[in-house]
Design a protein around this ligand. Structure first.
Ligand code: ADP
Ligand code: MG
Length: 722
């Protein structure tokens, strides 16, 4: 096929058009209705009421909402906005928005621009076209969007169209969550309540609120847009379903942290400029392990804001890429046999005074607090490893997890040697008396600030302690981080409550009580601790002996969401009712089936209308050549090479054709299964393996068919020509 010769951004005269470069600090956040803007634009008492509503979860009265809406509208119009939209995160995993013009007719041929408090606070999009997992029947398809005051409104530009976007939660007529934001907000509340209670118990009385904080490291690929559009599988499924690995992959390790090519650098500059305008603190960028793979990491923020911002990062990455004639691929495994993309979700807890609760302190008291929170988290992950695994279970992530590049499906915790030793000393029960208080010694009174070198070495762990936060590394790159975060918050809330109960029941000296409880707990939960290499086969065997769950595929892993344990937990913490959680389970199963079926159809199309015709054309050329050579040189001519290639190509085409037929027949028979969970399991066990087999044949064929005839861009072009 004809190769594209990509040009750099400067050759395309794109970025260079800028007249001058303005320091980021001068425009950072200019497209958000930020705290600073609110302070400036709102009357003093309105601002005060709004802040109270935000910080103390109070309801905003309608007259205040009217004033805020008016100021917001004036601000947005001055920025060129013609429309407003309630921006929400339905269960599709992407964001949704319905635009309404500000204009309101006031007679024939006359309009005014209007935006009321009611329009700001609540919207009523038709919910019937969003996945609900059967929560509501179509006759009551009304859904509500409700303003989430904790995440600032922002301006979205799309070409010359400019819209004021209001972050909202999306709920059904009867109050059930239909989106990804609602459970996250509820889980924030739950973990805050449990953490504040625990802090009080430990004598820390001046904390009012605790926040979960998130720093999601986003991985992605960039390829030339011309290649992208020539690959039906990339356009429709986000991933190549066929394609042979390039002669050079990542074995030279020359890509990771290497210098970034001009074209990609210009793209990043442009993309980050958009993020900065939205007040998104994009901090680091670098080349990742695979060719044409990159990472963006923001400075961490309060969880709800970080989730909204990560959605905007993913959107912006894709939209700015188009301007540079690039495609940003967010899929977990766009190229088989090449490193996939994940999203390392860094998670911690912070109090309202800005203290990170996972920073080991300098005083014994601080250290006791640190240890209690640490062990609560370890216990949470131990008890609910299955739910955590389910929170990252998607069709796409199955291609990546456990593929010797990402953590396996077994959830374990890396703490590093230092902390592991401290815990083991506590378990052994060594307490010493200090001068004026009972102090737990042997390191506990002086836990050093754990250095990065000690904690960050193990990149294979799915859940690693990295100095002052945990890093959940099993999350997929294209996934919303909302649910994984809601799960962590909820399970940690439960463990904090559990420990608090135990400590209270023990009574007496608090430090002594804490020490005794932790001592017992460590013994119970230590099977989840593993500092070794998570990629080796021995770990799988060892983990099995320890009784840790190892659910390798999504249909199996998702079942953790509908156990009594999970249903009761989420209901108790008012994060998701049983009905809501069951409906989510169904949505996830259905999504799995749809994703798989889309790939099957792509594979079928590619085989039948691209690969086989190309191979047949080449077979014709070969046959004609064989005959012509015979004619020219007589029967003594050696034409074994051409004959061999012809035969192999024929065999492969026949295998491709019959395996494809088999796949279609299996999908057809699966359509008769009415239980969606069973259907997903059947497709997973029977169809996926066949798809891999089919791919092998196609990839082998790619290696022998005339390069000029191959109907789609090859891996080496997509990954190395840019
Ligand atoms: P790396 O993991 O690549 O070595 P870092 O560990 O420095 O890089 O940071 C990774 C991410 O963790 C960043 O997004 C950073 O903002 C985030 N992070 C740092 N501290 C916290 C915290 N207390 N809570 C949540 N995320 C954090
Ligand atoms: Mg990291």
């Amino acid at each position: 096929m004809k190769r594209t010769i990509p040009v750099t951004a400067s050759e395309r005269n794109y970025v260079i058009e800028k007249e001058k470069f303005v320091p980021v600090s001068e425009y950072y956040g200019e497209d958000t209705f930020s705290n600073k803007v609110m302070k400036e634009k709102l009357p003093k008492d309105t601002y005060k009421k709004l802040m109270e509503a935000i910080n103390e979860d109070k309801v905003l009265d309608i007259s205040t909402a009217n004033i805020v809406a008016h100021a917001m509208k004036e601000w947005a119009i001055a920025k060129g906005a013609t429309h407003f939209a309630h921006w929400f995160q339905p269960m599709t995993g992407i964001t949704a928005e319905k635009h309404d013009a500000f204009v309101d007719p006031v007679g024939v041929g006359e309009v005014v621009e209007k935006f009321s408090g009611k329009q700001l606070v609540q919207g009523e999009p038709d919910a019937s076209s969003f996945p609900s997992g059967g929560i509501r029947s179509t006759f009551e398809a009304r859904g509500y969007t409700a303003w989430d005051m904790s995440s600032p409104a922002f301006i979205r530009r799309n070409g010359i169209s400019t819209t004021l976007c209001i972050p909202t939660a999306f709920i059904s007529y009867t109050g059930e969550a239909l989106d990804k934001k609602t459970p996250l907000l509820r889980s924030n509340k739950a973990v805050s309540k449990s953490a504040v209670n625990m802090l009080k118990l430990l004598g820390n009385k001046n904390v009012k609120k605790v926040f979960s904080t998130l720093g999601p490291e986003q991985e992605y690929f960039l390829i030339d847009m011309d290649y992208f559009f020539k690959r039906q599988d990339l356009v429709l499924a986000g991933r190549t379903v066929v394609g042979a690995p390039p002669a050079k992959g990542q074995e030279l390790e020359d890509q990771y942290f290497g210098s970034i090519k001009e074209r990609m650098s210009s793209y990043m500059h442009d993309m980050e400029e958009e993020l900065f305008k939205l007040g998104i603190p994009a901090k680091t960028r670098h080349n990742e392990v695979a060719p044409s793979q990159f990472e963006l990491a923001p400075v961490f923020e309060e969880a709800n804001l970080a989730v909204d911002h990560n959605q905007l990062v993913m959107d912006t990455m894709q939209s700015v890429a188009r301007k540079h004639n690039l495609a940003a691929l967010l899929h977990e495994k766009p190229f088989a046999r090449i490193n996939g993309s994940g999203k390392h979700v860094n998670w911690s807890l912070s109090d309202n005074n800005g203290n990170n609760l996972l920073t080991p302190g300098n005083t014994p008291h601080d250290n006791i607090q640190f240890l209690v929170f640490l062990i609560a988290i370890v216990r949470a992950v131990y008890k609910h490893a299955d739910i955590l695994r389910a929170s990252v279970a998607t069709y796409a992530n199955d291609h990546r997890l456990g593929a010797n590049e990402a953590p396996p499906a077994i959830i374990s915790i890396f703490l590093g040697d230092q902390l592991t030793n401290i815990l083991s000393n506590i378990e052994k029960g060594i307490v010493t008396k200090a001068t004026n208080a009972e102090i737990i010694d042997l390191g506990v009174s002086s836990i050093p600030i754990v250095s990065k070198d000690n904690t960050d070495r193990n990149r294979t762990s799915p859940f690693a302690f990295t100095g002052n936060k945990f890093e959940f590394r099993a999350v997929g790159s294209s996934q919303s981080i909302s649910f994984p975060t809601a799960v962590i918050n909820t399970i940690v809330a439960e463990s904090l409550d559990y420990l608090a109960e135990k400590i209270k029941a023990k009574g007496g000296n608090i430090n002594k009580a804490v020490f005794e409880i932790l001592k017992k707990e460590i013994k119970d939960i230590k099977p989840i601790l593993y500092n070794g290499d998570n990629y080796i086969k021995e770990w799988e065997i060892e983990a099995g002996k320890r009784g840790l769950p190892n659910d390798k595929t999504t249909p199996v892993a998702l079942k953790a969401l509908i156990t009594d344990k999970a249903l009761n937990l989420f209901e108790k913490y008012e994060v998701l009712s049983k009905v809501e959680l069951k409906s989510r389970y169904l949505i996830y199963v259905e999504k799995y089936i749809k994703d798989l079926e889309i790939e099957v159809k792509c594979l079928n199309n590619i085989c039948l209308d691209q690969v086989i015709p190309a191979a047949t054309a080449y077979q014709k050329t070969l046959s004609q050549a064989i005959n012509a050579i015979k004619e020219a040189l007589g029967s003594s001519a050696v034409i074994s090479a051409q004959k061999d290639i012809l035969k192999t190509s024929l065999e492969l085409v026949n295998k491709i054709y019959s395996t494809n037929k088999e796949i279609l027949a299996k999908v057809e028979s699966a359509s008769a299964i009415h239980d969606e969970a069973k259907k997903a399991e059947m497709l997973c066990s029977k169809v996926k393996t066949k798809m891999n087999e089919l791919r092998e044949y196609v990839d082998e064929l790619e290696g022998i068919v005339d390069d000029e005839l191959w109907p789609m861009p090859k891996f080496w072009e997509m990954l190395f020509i840019s």
